[in-house]
Design a protein around this ligand. Sequence first.
Ligand code: ADP
Ligand code: MG
Length: 271
Amino acid sequence: MTAPLLSIDNLSRDYALRGAGGTIRSLRAVDGVSLDVAPGSIFAVVGESGCGKSTLARIVMALDRPTGGTVRLGGDDLFALSPKALARKRRDFQMVFQDPYGSLNPRHSVGRIVAEPLHLLDDAPKGRDRAVLVARALEDVGLPAQAAERYPHEFSGGQRQRIAIARALITNPKLVVADEAVSALDLSIQAQILRLILSLRDRHGLTVLFITHNIGVVDEIADRVGVMRAGRLVETGTVREVLDHPREDYTRTLLAAEPTLAALGQRRRRA
Ligand code: ADP
Ligand code: MG
C-alpha cells in the first residue's frame, strides 16, 4: 500500500468541564482514534451527534490541539511543526463546513470569499492572476466565473456549498476535511454535491476526510469508513465491509435509522 496521506495515531482530546460548585471533570471527546487515509481516497467518519466528529475534524485542521496522539499529513507530524512550518503547511489542508449560510461572509463578494485562502501561499497572487484562479475554482465546482461578482445571498444552499468548496480548493490542497458538508441540504442537492466531491477526487486526486452523522450518504461517497461512538472508532473497514457486514450493533442501529439516498433511486453502486 502507498504511504497514507493522512495518518492519525491514538488521538485523544479531553475537555475540562466545570460542574456545580466549581468541580471540574474531564470529558474525553476523542478517545484513542487511529486511522489512515490513502492519497486520492475518501474516508468517511460516521457517528451520532456528540460522538466527537467535529473535535476530530478541528484537530486534523490544526484548529485545536490533541491531548495525546499524533496527526501526520504527508509524513509531517502537524503538532511537532514550528508555528512557521505549520502556517506554510496550511495550504495543503482545507475545510468545508456544514452551514452554507453561516460559513460565507454575507458582506463579501463571492470572489473575495473564494480568494481568501490565497494568503496562505508564499507569493499570494494579486489582480488578474488572482481573478483567473478564482474563475478556475468556480468553474471547477460547476459555477460560472461571473459568480465572483455576486454575493452569497444571491445563491441557493447547494450553490453556496459549491462556493465553500471552491474556496477550499483554491490553494490546491492535498486534503479536504468536510464536516457535515451536505447535512443541511435537501436530499437531491446532497446527491449533487456528493457527485461533485467524487468528481473532484477523480479529476484532482483529492483526498477527503468526510464527516457525517448520516450513514445513508456513506455508500455514495466513501472508499473506507470509520464508525465513531463516544469518542472511539468502534469499527473501520471498506464501505462494503462495514455497510454490508457490520460487526457492531451500534453500526446496525445507525444503518436502521438512516434513510439512504439509494431510497431516492440515486444509488451509486460500486464494485
Ligand atoms: P459531533 O461533531 O460528533 O457532534 P463534537 O466533537 O462537536 O461532536 O462534540 C463531542 C463532545 O465534546 C460533546 O460531548 C461536546 O459537548 C463536547 N465538546 C465539544 N467541543 C467542546 C468544547 N469546546 N468544550 C467542552 N466540550 C466540548
Ligand atoms: Mg459536529
